[in-house]
Write a protein that binds this ligand. Structure first.
Ligand code: P6P
Length: 335
C-alpha cells in the first residue's frame, strides 16, 4: 500500500510481494535504476557548469547527434544494471545491438532484460529544458543459462513486468509501475533519497492540453490535422491549450497530472513516426494504461504491437482516455 512520504526503499520492500516473479530481484532492479538516476541527475544538473555539453562528435543509431550526456547516461545505466546480477541483456537507444550480460558465474542465468532510452530529449540539455530516462523490463523468454537472443527483446508491450521514467526537471522524480498502479517518487537532493510524493497517479479521464509539434502540420495524416482543428475550435471546453516542450517524458508527466494528450504521428518525413516502440512507446504506454489512460498508434493499442526490430518507430497517441479515443475517431474517419 502506498503511504505518502515513504522512501522508495521502504516502498519497494513493502510492495515486493506484488511482483509476480521474484521479490528480491525487483528490489535489486529498481534499486539499480534508482542509483543510476541519482548519478545521471548529478551530471545533468551541473551540465551548464562543466564542459559536458555539446555533441560527443558521434551519431547514434538514429543518425542523431549524440550529446555527451547521452553517452554518459548510457554508460551509467549499463554499468549499474550489469553489476546487480539480475539482468541478462540490455538494449539501448544508444547501442546499435543489444548487450548480453553474464552473471559473475559466467553463466547467462539472470532472468530479466531491460530496454532503455538513457536520456530522452537530450537536445534540450543545452537550453536547460527537462530531459528524462525511460526504462522497460521483461522476463527473458529463452531458456535460462543460454545467451539472450533478439526474441527476448522483441516482445509485445503487454509482456512488460515493469516500466518507468526518471524526469530530470525542477525536481528529479522516478515514476514507475510493476502492474499495480503508478507511483511517483521525488528526490530529496540534500540526502539523496527518493520519497513517495505522488501515490497511485491517475490520468484525468479527459483534459484540455494537446501536445504535438505543429511545425510538422503540413506533413501530418489528415486525421491528425482534423483532430488539431477540433482542439482549436471555439466549442464546449475548447479551444484546448497547446503545450509541447520537445521532451516526451516532461510532456507526458505534465499531461498525466493535468490531463492531456501527446501525439507524435507519422509524417511524410517519418513514415513510421519518430518515437521508438521498444524503449519509449511501450514503457510509456504501460504507465499510461496503469494510470487509466490510453496509448495507441492511432488505430490500435501500442502494447499489442508485435515488434519486428530493436529500433523500430511507431506513431504515438498517448494520454487521457477520452482524448485518445477522440483522436482515434478522427483517424478512423479520415481513412
Ligand atoms: P521533434 C526527443 O528527441 C523526442 O524523442 C521526444 O522526447 C520528443 O517529444 C520528440 O522527440 C521531439 O521531436 O521532432 O518535435 O523535435
Amino acid at each position: 500500500m502506498a503511504k505518502k512520504n515513504q522512501s522508495l526503499g521502504e516502498f519497494i520492500i513493502e510492495n515486493q510481494n506484488e511482483f509476480k516473479y521474484s521479490s528480491g530481484e525487483l528490489s535489486r532492479l529498481i534499486n539499480s535504476i534508482r542509483l543510476a538516476a541519482k548519478v545521471v541527475n548529478h551530471e545533468v544538473n551541473k551540465a551548464g557548469l562543466v564542459d559536458i555539453l555539446g555533441a560527443a562528435g558521434d551519431l547514434n543509431i538514429q543518425g542523431e547527434d549524440q550529446q555527451k550526456l547521452d553517452v554518459y547516461a548510457n554508460e551509467v545505466f549499463i554499468k549499474t544494471l550489469t553489476n546487480r546480477e539480475i539482468v541478462c541483456g540490455i538494449a539501448s537507444e544508444e547501442e546499435d545491438d543489444y548487450i548480453t550480460i553474464k552473471g559473475r558465474n559466467e553463466k547467462n542465468d539472470n532472468k530479466y532484460v531491460v530496454l532503455i532510452d538513457p536520456l530522452d530529449g537530450s537536445s534540450n540539455i543545452d537550453v536547460n529544458v527537462s530531459v528524462g530516462t525511460i526504462f522497460s523490463v521483461y522476463r527473458r523468454v529463452t531458456p535460462s543459462g543460454t545467451p539472450v537472443t533478439m526474441d527476448d527483446f522483441l516482445q509485445p508491450g503487454i509482456n512488460q513486468v515493469a516500466a518507468g521514467y526518471i524526469v530530470y526537471g525542477t525536481s528529479t522524480m522516478i515514476v514507475y509501475t510493476t502492474g499495480h498502479g503508478v507511483n511517483g517518487f521525488t528526490l530529496n537532493p540534500a540526502i539523496g533519497t527518493y520519497y513517495l510524493s505522488h501515490p497511485l497517479m491517475k490520468f484525468p479521464e479527459t483534459g484540455t492540453i494537446y501536445s504535438v509539434n505543429e511545425g510538422n502540420y503540413i506533413h501530418f495524416p489528415q486525421g491528425v490535422k482534423d483532430y488539431i482543428k477540433y482542439c482549436q475550435k471555439e466549442e464546449e471546453d475548447r479551444p484546448y491549450t497547446s503545450r509541447y516542450i520537445g521532451s516526451l517524458v516532461s510532456d507526458f508527466h505534465r499531461n498525466m497530472i493535468k490531463g492531456g494528450i501527446y501525439i507524435y504521428p507519422n509524417t511524410s518525413k517519418n513514415p513510421d513516426g519518430k518515437l521508438r516502440l521498444l524503449y519509449e512507446c511501450n514503457p510509456m504506454a504501460m504507465i499510461a494504461e496503469q494510470a487509466g489512460g490510453l496509448a495507441s498508434n492511432g488505430f490500435k493499442r501500442i502494447l499489442e504491437i508485435q515488434p519486428i526490430s530493436l529500433h523500430q518507430r511507431v506513431p504515438f497517441f498517448c494520454g487521457s482516455k477520452k482524448m485518445v479515443e477522440k483522436a482515434e475517431e478522427f483517424m478512423a474517419n479520415a481513412k
